[in-house]
Design a protein around this ligand. Sequence first.
Ligand SMILES: [Zn+2]
Length: 140
Amino acid sequence: MDLTAALEVSPTGSRRRADSVVGALVGGRCVECSATAWPRRAVCHRCGSAEVAETTFAPVGELITYTTVHVPRPGLEAPYTLGQISLPDGPLVFGQVRGMSEEPALPLRVRLALSSDPAIPGPWYWFEPTGQGTPDPATT
Ligand SMILES: [Zn+2]
C-alpha cells in the first residue's frame, strides 16, 4: 500500500468543507471502496487507500436522531438541538438543527444551511426541516 499520495493532501483544517454556491457540504469519497467522509480524509478510514477524491454531497438528508442541549456555549444559546443527519450520497454528519417542531417524526427530511457571514458567532452550517416530512425512499 502506497500512502505517499496522502502526504500531498492539505492539512485537515485547510481542506474545503462546503461549497457556498451549491449550498452543500464537500467531503471525500474513496476511489477504491467508495467510502465517504466529511471532512475529507487523507487516507480512507475503511480500506486505507490514499486515493480519496473531493466530492460534493447532496444538500438534503434525513435527520435520524437528535438531542436537546441545555448548556449554552459561545455562539449558541441554550436550549439548542444537535442531530445526526444521513446524507443520501455521503456519510452521517453531526450538526445543529434549527426550526424543528417538538417531537418530530423521524426520519425527518432536512436541508443544509450555510452562514452567509463567518463573523456571526455560532455554527457556520446547520440543518433545517424542508417541510416535506419523512422522505420517500423512491425519490431520494
Ligand atoms: Zn476505501
